[in-house]
Design a protein around this ligand. Sequence first.
Ligand code: FAD
Length: 509
Amino acid sequence: MADTDKGQKRQAEADNGTTEEKKLKADTEQASQSLLSKVAHFREECAASIADFNFNKKRVKVVSDVKDMPEENEGILYWMMRDQRVQDNWAMLYAQRLALKQEVPLHVCFCLDPSNLLPLRHHSFMLNGLKEVEQELSKLDISFHLLIGETAETIAKFVGEKKIGGLVADFSPLRKPQEWVQDVAKAIPKNIPFCQVDAHNIIPCWVTSEKLEYAARTIRPKVHKQLGSFLTEYPPVTVHPHKATTKHEVVNWDEPMNDQKIDRSITEVDWATPGSTAAMDMLESFVKERLKVFATERNDPTKEALSNISPWLHFGQIAAQRCVLVVKQFKNKYKESVDSYTEELVVRRELAENFCFYNEKYDSIEGTNEWAKKTLEVHAGDERKYVYTKEQFEEGKTHEDLWNAAQTQLVQEGKMHGFLRMYWAKKILEWSKSPQEALNIAIHLNDKYSLDGRDPNGYTGCMWSICGIHDQGWAERDVFGKVRYMNYEGCKRKFDVDLFVRRYKAKMN
Ligand SMILES: Cc1cc2nc3c(=O)[nH]c(=O)nc-3n(C[C@H](O)[C@H](O)[C@H](O)COP(=O)(O)OP(=O)(O)OC[C@H]3O[C@@H](n4cnc5c(N)ncnc54)[C@H](O)[C@@H]3O)c2cc1C
């Protein structure tokens, strides 16, 4: 190369930086970006909009008899139930895809059924998350409607008034939302297509397996075989080009927030800010601060090792799929942690969904395996050293400091450490009159106080601990029969029990 050429190249490099410098600059810029903006960029890179994306139709389940839209079609409605977020939501994306194809407005509604009100802690977390949904949607020219009333009647009325030509709902395997879907299907006109999209699971629940799975070992190969084709990036929900012509009423959030029927004794918690932005912040803090020790310290309740994302996952304010996509980027750095997190979030969580979807008795002793039913029955009459009532459990008034401390964490913070949840439920079995009463108490307390309660994971967790589902038989002993046992000494071997108890002692009543 002639000297002049070399000089020109050096000059150009000085002006623009070498390729390596540029890469370093880009990496540094990316590292300093918030996860929220990085993720927005990934979506944009994936596709310009859902219209340009190859949507996997296996995510869709048709509920109605008809599939074609009626002639009179003034909009598509996404009935948001469980997946309370705008982006990273396959149900929202599918609804927008239909609306774009039909060239009609897109509406999103959430129906608050007064017969199904949550305690203040959960109610406020949910409504504040929905407020963020409304704000985000308004920037995209998509109208959000908070409907209040009996579900089927209210949705059907809205469908009629807005001349909706197609209805999309998200999916939950639980009894109540399944009933709502059936009731709405009966209440809307027969010529309107209605479908459900599983926006909560990475692999749609009905695709992962067509039957009730026996254990993690039986569902795991099915999950891993199909994960590749479902664990994709999401395209963005984009500004909707067809605006609703009717005047859109701004949501009055005060009315549902001030409802006198809400149980206000279960107060809000300050560690969990509601909404999708806060969810992404929690995910970001997990990958930056806790993921590195997830594999080694997640069973120690005195350590900060867990993701803590379950409340946002429960209310659908963040997608499990997004969590996996983000965490997977750290596979080279923290392989063991990434693998364990994926096992929990994908295999264990989707096993819980499978359990509730294919087992109507997911919250009853009747719903467990024959061996467990039999062994619990055989030991139902065994003498219990301690027997507590629901109220004594609720107030954390047992003889044991660790159990009381865990209960205090649940009541005051709205979330109990994952390892202690197992121990806590098993002790309820040991100290209750009967296994069914123990199950009822555990579910009641978990649903009442835990921000992530009323979730397939909760019913499955209680059924695992008390009724042995997804587990094997162990050495037979009093009360538990062959159901796996846990004890205080075991906890002491795993973590500093005294330290944990001291943390909550001052907070106990
Ligand atoms: C008695 C009992 C009750 C439970 N109740 C609930 C509940 O109401 N809601 C709830 O979401 N989970 C529940 N779990 C499961 C688990 O304990 C929680 O998901 C976990 O503690 C949530 O905290 P995290 O987000 O920090 O989880 P991490 O430990 O960071 O795990 C990441 C994610 O993996 C999933 N996960 C972890 N453990 C399990 C598990 N055992 N089964 C299924 N999925 C799992 C969750 O989605 C969780 O958010 C319960 C478990 C037991 C034994």
